[in-house]
Design a protein around this ligand. Structure first.
Ligand code: ADP
Ligand code: MG
Length: 350
């Protein structure tokens, strides 16, 4: 095996701990991964929030290791994520893909417009190999969900790292949609319909026991026929931001998730409340005048955002129920769906 081929396994002697195994010369060298206060380290000098961060670091710098990490070893006995995806028909053919202009910039790389066998698509390119591998493992979750309010994954291509090919959402993300059109061009029923779309997508995710972790209007995309769909689900767990609480989207994240890393469908519901606020204020940034630190402090003292101008009281009441300090007191996405449907019907009747 080549130098720098590596894998991470569970320790035999210390179950629950990880061991990093690296090929070097004709040997395999084993490094115990030390655990302290939710951080990981090999040498008790450099600490990382999660394995991906750690691995990524050591692909760039040798540090205390015998060599830089080069390539993860495919699991033997078990099929690699790649083979698994190929078998299930999720590996697309690079020859059929034409790439066009850049339509967005993601955290892990650019988003390009493209065409795949005659269909308009959006392509997210994850360039870093290690991140790409982690994403690949996670796309498994994405291949199992299908709903009219979730941005559909069409497949992946292993090229330049990883291409994630999705359905093309021509009207871009919900924040820009609302900001550029504003009150004059987007009527109230449309705001309610977007909110309902998102709640239905999230209800489906909840039923599949999937937690989003990054629900926000910027992660909602709008199709040509004005359907709102949730994107970036299933990928949040790979998110190198992961346990690094300094990089969490503080203004969207539930207090128990911020403080104790307790993410659940109920913490998604909190974020959904913020999203409702964003929608009914036409894409304003939440807690306009507060710093991140102030938000956390004031929430604990019971402060909550005021109702956006022109927002129906019933909708504001929904936001407030999403912002219950105790997760169990927040409504489910099913309940939210029902209430929004009622509200929309009411609005159309009058
Ligand atoms: P990240 O979550 O990594 O920051 P996003 O997935 O949110 O990246 O993508 C960044 C931007 O690219 C979005 O805000 C949107 O404008 C555009 N975009 C992403 N996916 C699509 C898509 N399927 N169709 C159209 N535009 C997209
Ligand atoms: Mg995003």
């Amino acid at each position: 095996p080549e130098d720098g081929l590596f894998l991470v396994r569970e320790s035999v002697r210390h179950p629950g701990d990880y061991v990093l195994c690296v090929s070097f010369g004709k040997e395999v060298i084993h490094y115990r991964v030390l655990h302290r206060d939710n951080t990981l380290s090999i040498d008790s000098e450099q600490y990382f929030c999660n394995l991906i961060d750690m691995i990524e670091h050591y692909t760039e710098q040798q540090g205390a290791l015998c060599t830089k990490l080069v390539k993860p070893k495919a699991k033997s006995g078990m099929k690699s994520a790649e083979e698994e995806l190929a078998k299930a028909g999720w590996l697309l053919n690079l020859q059929h893909l034409t790439l066009g202009e850049r339509i967005g910039q993601g955290e892990f790389g650019d988003v390009l417009q493209g065409e795949y066998m005659g269909q308009k698509v959006a392509v997210k390119n994850v360039k870093c190999d290690v991140t790409a591998q982690a994403f690949l493992a996670e796309t498994a979750a994405m291949t199992k969900v299908r709903h009219k309010n979730l941005v559909r994954l069409l497949g992946v291509i292993l090229h330049n790292g990883l291409y994630i090919v999705m359905e093309f959402m021509s009207k871009g993300n919900l924040v820009n949609f609302l900001r550029t059109r504003g009150r004059a061009l987007v009527p109230l029923p449309q705001l309610l319909q977007f909110s309902l779309d998102v709640a239905q997508g999230m209800d489906y995710l909840e039923s599949k026991k999937l937690v989003h972790r990054d629900l926000a209007a910027r992660n909602i995309l709008i199709s040509e026929d004005n359907v709102a769909k949730v994107s970036d689900f299933g990928l949040a767990r790979v998110n190198p931001r992961g346990a690094d609480t300094t990089l969490l989207p503080v203004k969207w994240t539930a207090p128990e998730a911020l403080k104790h890393n307790k993410f659940s469908s109920k913490s998604d519901v909190w974020s959904y409340g913020i999203l409702l606020w964003e929608v009914f204020s036409f894409g304003r940034a939440p807690y306009p005048k507060l710093s991140l630190k102030e938000v956390t402090e004031q929430l604990e003292q019971g402060y909550r955002m005021e109702t956006p101008e022109g927002c129906p009281p019933t909708v504001y009441a929904l936001m407030r129920s999403c912002w219950e300090m105790e997760p169990g007191k927040r409504p489910s996405f099913k309940k939210l769906t029902e209430k929004l449907q009622k509200e929309l019907k009411h609005l159309k009747d009058v």
